[in-house]
Design a protein around this ligand. Structure first.
Ligand code: SF4
Ligand code: SF4
Length: 446
């Protein structure tokens, strides 16, 4: 276990302009009540939910409207009070077309009776904690969207077979350029972030927890250190570098342990959750509040008034952008998430899901496509790859449709961080080509 507390990092990665100043100083604002929400029944990896309401039903804020018996799945809740209008397929910010429950808001914001009932952590058993987490529909809010109860149960199962989890890390790196929602959560709600970590520590019987934050957010580090004084929690600073927030890279930086290729954090006796997830967990325990809203960053030179907004799940990006003054000129590209790992959006009617951390609008000038040149074998893509791949070769084979060779060069180990494409002086679409190879390799295995 590393004993250093500052400037921790991993080998590889790239220094990307963070472009966070447009929104990092903006206090979280509550978004306007949406007129209509479209709540996806597939918010995360794992099994989709089935609707437990039907067209014409009246629902309240926080009422469960979809659930599944599958092990890896989390229920969904209504984010407004109103009437169910339809259950149809549409694209969400996750980039997939899935069943969504359309609810027209009555504007009354009537809360489900269960919300507001506080539980006392000291008196909760492990099974009660896991039930609250599951019933609250909490998923990883750092982008992956993995159901939290499934993650904790898997970590506990590792303990049961003697491979105990020794390190629990809250991920506050927020290394993706432009995004600042995690920063604002840590700054404005450090007590809840710390409390959420304490809940996970209690569940996993871990005595010491870590919160790891990039050192371009020193005010958040200070707030968290104050909130965790006299607790068994260490707040460590990380070098500002992409992809520092990738969970395997954060385990490496904090503990010095490497997650084996194809393995999971549990294999390095570690478990990682996002700070925003810890905040949602605190609200679930303290207020019995399910996850029906989250903070997102709306930013970029293509937006008139960048903001950090508390937005109800299922709100369309059109409604959200309108509250930020609309577009600054003609938008070149609208992205759900950040520029390195986000998903391009094609319609303003797209609703956000639980894992949507940001909406980034780039200008036409910023999205001008640069001419792709031949590879000059400079090796820069190899130097920056955090999983030690040779992107130039994998991409070259992928572009020739030689997926067997791409697989031999370990294409499936790529974490799609985009560092290789970013650094390439010849502007080769390396990450895109490798993603395509991964898709083809997986498709052939089915
Ligand atoms: S960074 Fe670009 S030019 Fe350099 S070796 Fe990699 S693919 Fe070739
Ligand atoms: S090959 Fe994959 S993991 Fe390596 S830098 Fe490129 S996108 Fe990132």
């Amino acid at each position: 276990m590393s004993m250093r507390l500052d400037n921790l990092t991993f080998k590889g990665g790239v220094h990307v302009p963070d472009n966070k100043s447009m929104s990092s100083g903006k206090v979280i604002e509550k978004a306007r009540e949406p007129k209509t929400v479209y709540i996806s029944l597939q918010q995360h990896v794992g099994a989709p939910c089935e609707a437990i309401v039907k067209v014409g039903d009246k629902v309240k804020v926080g009422q469960k409207i979809g659930d599944s018996k599958a092990k890896v799945s989390a229920p969904v809740h209504s984010s407004v009070s109103g009437v169910v209008k339809s259950i149809t397929k549409r694209y969400t910010t996750a980039g997939v077309k899935v069943d969504c429950i359309e609810i027209e808001s009555d504007g009354l914001n009537e809360m489900d009776e269960s919300i507001g009932k506080k539980a006392e952590l000291d008196k909760l058993s492990k099974s009660e904690i896991i039930d609250i987490i599951r019933e609250s529909g909490i998923v990883g809010l750092g982008g992956a969207g993995y159901p939290l109860h499934s993650k904790l149960i898997t970590a506990e199962d590792c303990c049961a077979i003697g491979s105990s989890i020794e390190t629990l890390i809250l991920n506050g790196a927020e290394c993706e350029p432009y995004l600042t929602c995690d920063h604002r959560i840590m700054l404005e709600h450090p007590d809840k972030v710390v409390f959420g970590l304490e809940v996970m520590m209690k569940y996993l019987d871990i005595n010491e927890g870590y919160i790891a934050v990039e050192n371009n957010k020193m005010d958040a580090i200070e707030a968290l250190r104050n909130a965790s004084k006299d607790k068994n929690i260490k707040v460590v600073s990380l070098k500002t570098k992409f992809p520092q927030g990738d969970s395997y890279r954060i385990v490496d930086a904090v503990t010095g342990k490497k997650v084996p290729k194809g393995g999971r954090c549990n294999d390095a006796k570690s478990s990682v959750s996002n700070v925003h997830t810890a905040y949602a967990l605190a609200e679930a325990i303290l207020e019995n509040k399910p996850l029906y809203e989250r903070v997102i960053t709306v930013t970029g030179n293509g937006i008139k008034e960048p903001k950090n907004l508390l937005v109800k799940v299922g709100t369309t990006i059109g409604e959200i952008i309108e509250q930020c003054g609309g577009f600054n000129g003609k938008p070149g590209k609208i992205i759900a998430g950040g520029p390195m790992t986000g998903t391009a959006l094609f319609s303003l009617d797209t609703p956000i899901v639980k894992a949507t951390g940001g909406i980034l609008v780039l200008t036409e000038e910023e999205t001008r496509v640069e001419k792709v040149q031949s590879c000059i074998k400079c090796g820069k893509c190899v130097e920056v790859c955090p999983v030690y791949l040779e992107p130039l070769y994998i991409a070259a084979y992928a572009l020739k449709d030689n997926y067997d060779a791409a697989e031999r060069y370990d294409a499936l180990a790529c974490i799609s961080c985009g560092s290789c494409s970013y650094i390439c002086p010849s502007k080769r679409p390396l990450a895109e080509a490798i993603s395509h190879a991964k898709y083809e390799i997986k498709a052939r295995r089915k």
